[in-house]
Design a protein around this ligand. Structure first.
Ligand SMILES: CC(=O)SCCNC(=O)CCNC(=O)[C@H](O)C(C)(C)COP(=O)(O)OP(=O)(O)OC[C@H]1O[C@@H](n2cnc3c(N)ncnc32)[C@H](O)[C@@H]1OP(=O)(O)O
Ligand SMILES: CC(C)C(=O)C(=O)O
Length: 553
């Protein structure tokens, strides 16, 4: 078997929705939807090993901490583990007053009564019932005509009403999902839902939830948005219903579909953290929420410690989060490539001058600090990197600010090394290379010591220099220490550029000095000196450049 030359023999294009006056493309999302986490149900049912009670509890508490107010906690009629877990939540009073748990059931009598039994004693709960309504499911799964499928839903709705009446101390909310809504004839989806609403008789004060799943994502996200807008226009009692979106990610557009679905009238979004869920996953609620955040909208979910959250979710799901996963992947705030690093470094420098201003660092749609990440991993260096990245790491990790031409010179040294080893270079490795190349460039001339005297604005210097196995004394006079040192040298040099800065502060502070030197009319070469004494640092820089010049001749 191989891919078909003519895939239309096997696959059909999804038909477009007839909605020429669609309004959603002109809408924007201006507030967070009602979030409902399905991690403990849809997420859990898709795991290789479903969570045990301990893991479920851990994840439940985490979801509460993040700020979810509606949490689907399981399918209690399906397994004793789920049933017991729900009992634990209720009996041990682990559900905060402002959190509503939700449970799922098929539209079958025995399962519905078991579901209500599991919720006995809860203050409030959402009971979520579903049956598939799409043509293929009617034919293949239920072997029913449309009316048969409507009857399954209506009967379940009636049973739920009866069961709820038997437990009057709980505040019940009903939820119905016409499963595979996205592949169902729209008028039929509305027909089934209207029939369910006729049973439940919701009011604006006591609404029900109609959850419209893209159980299997089958079209571009604009089609889902059209479906939602069409549905919202045609459903009866719109003001008594919360329209809930439940998208999967089969085509990789689960987030886009939910976002467009919100523009099209959705009130609520069900999904999982980091996109866990059946097959390619449910819509990723973290991405959705942080997408809102980066548009300046409070998502009402708190991801201030996104790495801590990821760890818990990975432990509970026993599934890793991809390094490229939006916002949370290990590499998503990291730039390896030169032009990105350059732009990021400049962006950070500018941002620091106005920390309260709008975030505008190129290539970083979010400030990593807002989600608890350090800037450490923002720039990493390999053979694709340029001077910007190297400079950034030296600045951040070692407080060393190389002057521009020295950045260019040193980046070539790093480039040679990354090309040679083919690996990433960490900040300590880059610093080690800097040390080796500049700070340890002490042959043939080794600065042993120096003595300075200042008189009448004249400086005289006496330096002790190791040269081969000899010890020499060089003496010179000038207006400043550096000029005096230059005058003492046995070769003709010209200082093309000099700069210095402090590294750190207080008693631990050191000075870094940078010199660009031309020796006897040759090529300009750089040197670096670091010392707690600024004059010594500048002398070291000069010797570093002098020695490097002799290596390069
Ligand atoms: C898209 C989703 O994520 S939907 C949620 C899916 N999640 C799960 O199914 C996880 C938990 N489920 C289970 O553990 C089991 O399915 C149980 C315990 C609920 C039921 O198990 P079983 O009774 O063995 O039945 P099974 O799941 O095989 O059910 C198939 C039967 O239920 C019917 N059925 C399936 N879904 C529904 C539904 N939503 N409403 C009514 N009947 C349904 C099928 O037509 C089939 O009927 P048939 O036996 O007359 O042909
Ligand atoms: C039960 C429903 C909402 C579901 O999980 C789906 O259709 O994907």
């Amino acid at each position: 078997m191989s891919m078909l030359k003519d895939p239309s023999r096997k696959y059909q294009a999804f038909p477009p929705i007839r909605l020429t006056d669609r309004t959603w493309p002109d809408k924007t999302i201006t507030q967070a939807p009602i979030w409902a986490s399905s991690d403990l149900r849809d997420g859990n049912q898709s795991l290789i090993e479903p969570m045990d009670t301990e893991k479920k509890l851990r994840l439940f508490k985490t979801l509460v901490q993040v700020g979810f107010k509606q949490i689907e906690v399981g399918f209690p009629s399906a397994s004793q583990t789920d049933f017991d877990f729900i009992r634990t939540l209720i009996d041990d009073k682990l559900i905060p007053d402002d959190v509503t748990i939700q449970v799922l059931t098929q539209a079958r009598e025995d399962l519905i009564s078991r579901t209500f039994e599991s919720l006995k004693g809860s203050k409030q709960a959402i009971v979520h019932v579903y049956n598939a309504v799409a043509p293929a499911f009617r034919r293949i799964v239920f072997n029913q005509e449309k009316q048969g499928v409507v009857q399954i839903a209506v009967k379940a709705a009636q049973l739920m009403k009866q069961q709820a009446a038997a437990y009057p101390d709980t505040h019940w909310t009903f939820q119905y999902s016409p499963e595979v809504f996205s592949s169902t004839e729209l008028d039929f989806a509305v027909e089934v839902c209207n029939a369910v609403l006729d049973v439940w008789q919701p009011t604006p004060e006591h609404r029900v939830i109609l959850n419209l799943p893209a159980t299997i994502e089958a079209a571009t996200p604009n089609v889902y948005a059209d479906q939602i807008e069409w549905f919202c226009r045609h459903i009866s009692r719109r003001d008594s219903v919360w329209i809930s979106l439940h998208t999967h990610n089969d085509r990789g557009t689960g987030v886009a579909a939910s976002e467009l679905g919100l523009m099209a009238g959705g009130d609520r979004v069900e999904g999982c953290l980091f996109g866990n869920g059946e097959r390619t996953g449910n819509v990723d609620l973290v991405t959705m929420a942080l997408n809102l955040y980066t548009q300046g909208i409070d998502p009402k979910l708190d991801f201030s410690d996104i790495d801590g959250l990821r760890k818990i979710v990975e432990d509970c799901n026993q599934l890793p989060v991809h390094p490229r996963h939006p916002y949370v992947g290990d590499l998503v705030h990291t730039a390896f490539s030169g032009s990105h690093q350059d732009a990021i470094r400049k962006g950070f420098t500018l941002q620091r001058t106005n920390p309260e201003g709008l975030w505008e660092v190129p290539y970083l749609p979010i400030d990593p600090a807002d989600i608890g990440r350090s800037y450490e991993a923002v720039i990493r260096v390999n053979s694709q990197s340029g001077k910007g990245g190297i400079t950034y790491l030296l600045e951040q990790e070692y407080g060393i600010s190389l002057p521009r031409r020295l950045q260019i010179e040193f980046s070539q040294v790093v480039q040679k090394e990354t090309d040679r080893c083919g690996l990433e270079m960490t900040a300590p490795q880059i610093y080690a290379l800097l040390e080796q190349e500049y700070l340890q460039a002490n042959s043939p001339y080794q600065l042993k010591s120096h003595r300075l005297q200042e008189e009448n604005a004249r400086c005289s210097v006496d330096v002790e220099v190791g040269f081969n196995s000899d010890l020499c004394h060089w003496q010179g006079v000038g207006q400043g220490p550096l000029e005096a040192l230059v005058a003492s040298l046995p070769v003709q040099v010209e200082i093309m550029d000099y700069s210095e800065h402090a590294i750190g502060s207080g008693t631990q502070a050191k000075a870094a000095a940078y010199i660009e030197l031309r020796v006897e009319g040759g090529r300009a070469i750089h040197g670096i000196g670091i010392d707690s004494n600024i004059t010594t640092a500048s002398f070291r820089a000069l010797f570093s450049a002098l020695n490097r010049t002799s290596h390069q001749q």
